[in-house]
Design a protein around this ligand. Structure first.
Ligand SMILES: Cc1ncc(COP(=O)(O)O)c(C=O)c1O
Length: 385
């Protein structure tokens, strides 16, 4: 067929996008006016002032040109120091790559460890972007359900899901969407499975400073035998309220970081040059991090207390991050029916069946303002009680 004159003709897009999920996206749209938004995983705080003033002065100082792709030496050094101080992770600055958000670091990590057709274990339900991202690059996500009672990993299930195509295990503790914080024993078990089967561990530690149950954050990179096979991912979005500034990093064994540096050199090049110093300054803003943490702890308690006695809702005490993952099956509604009913009552929340393993649950974020938490609780109570 001669298509030259047919103006409506469009070439087909690559098949990798066929059936690719978009996670929570349909429920992350801004709701109608007056609806309370409990959906977005974004801190409701102002970015710390020293970060903003540094970014502005760097801009005025002409930091607007290309720069070192891996990240400024000062920032890579500061990240290495920060990882040791906060998580006991030992890494050299040469093995740190600064990326446009943790999301990009995840993509580079998957590109680094997965060949097409390789399997990646996800502890499901897991963060909505892991599965599509792995699929985009030709990997095969294998969802292994966590324990439905407390959202902790089912170690036997992980073991029995391993095949000769398995290449990596994804760990995200504290976890979005479930709020689970994995114990040292669980992390040790996962590392020993990885050692026995020669697997990589990609450890998304973006919520590592948001833990509420008195537990410790244990990175697989700090467990014996884990350092050689773990790529640690994190970023500035959640801890320093810098979601729109798009800064993240990965750190790990030299060979893996070298491959990831090549991914970045041939795609994003680097983060905005003026953000290098601003991100470094953020790492010193401990007072802000503590203020944010206190506020989250308070909001978490408000939300749990306001919802826990509503018949039909089962709330597992969230141990970390800023989400409640609530079993709504006791209401007789599906999670989508529940979310639609809540929207009519004036509260936007996420039905978790949009992601694998989330059927029957809703996710709410207590990064919302205190006022919105109180008003949302009152609307849900009037609807359900
Ligand atoms: C578990 C998890 N990892 C990564 C990200 C992405 O972070 P960034 O804004 O640094 O790309 C998010 C954001 O919601 C997240 O929840």
């Amino acid at each position: 067929m001669d298509t030259r004159l047919n103006l409506s003709y469009m070439p087909a897009v690559a098949t990798r996008f066929d059936n690719l999920g978009v996670g929570f996206a349909p429920y992350l749209q801004p709701p109608p006016d007056g609806v309370i938004r409990w959906t977005v995983g974004e801190p409701g705080f102002q970015t710390p002032e020293p970060v903003i003033s540094t970014a502005v002065s760097e801009l005025l100082d002409g930091k607007t040109k290309y720069t070192r792709g891996q990240g400024s030496p000062a920032l890579c050094e500061a990240v290495a120091h920060h990882l040791m101080k906060t998580s006991n992770i030992s890494v050299s600055p040469e093995n740190v790559l600064i990326t446009p958000g943790a999301k990009q670091a995840l993509l580079y990590s998957y590109m680094t460890v997965l060949n097409p057709g390789d399997e990646a274990i996800l502890l499901s339900p897991s963060w909505a972007s892991y599965e599509p991202m792995i699929s985009i690059i030709g990997g095969v996500p294998v969802n292994v359900p966590v324990n439905r009672k407390n959202f902790h990993p089912d170690i036997d299930a992980i073991r029995s899901s391993i095949t000769d195509r398995t290449r990596m295990i994804m760990v995200n503790s504290p976890c979005n969407p479930t709020g689970a914080v994995y114990t040292r024993e669980e992390i040790e078990e996962i590392v020993s499975i990885a050692i026995e089967n020669d697997l990589w561990i990609i450890s998304d530690e973006i919520y590592s400073r948001l833990i509420w149950n008195g537990g410790e954050h244990v990175s697989p990179a700090t467990v014996e035998g884990g350092k050689e096979r773990t790529i640690v991912i994190s970023g500035w979005s959640k801890t320093w309220a810098m979601t729109g500034m798009r800064v993240g990093f990965l750190a790990g064994p030299q060979q893996a970081v070298r491959a990831a540096v090549k991914c970045q050199a041939n795609s994003a090049s680097h983060i905005p040059t003026f953000m290098m110093e601003a991100a470094r300054v953020a790492l010193d803003c401990d007072d802000h991090v503590e203020q944010f943490s206190d506020a989250y702890r308070h909001r978490r308690n408000l939300m749990v207390q306001g919802l826990e006695d509503i018949p039909g809702l089962r709330i597992v005490n969230p141990e970390g991050a800023f989400y409640l993952f609530i079993d709504v099956t006791g209401t007789g509604m599906s999670d989508v029916q529940f979310a639609d009913g809540a929207l009519k009552a004036g509260v936007q929340l996420i039905p978790a069946s949009l992601i694998t393993g989330g059927e029957g649950f809703i996710r709410v974020s207590y990064a919302a303002s205190e006022e919105d938490i109180k008003e949302g609780i009152s609307r849900l109570r009037s609807w359900l009680l």
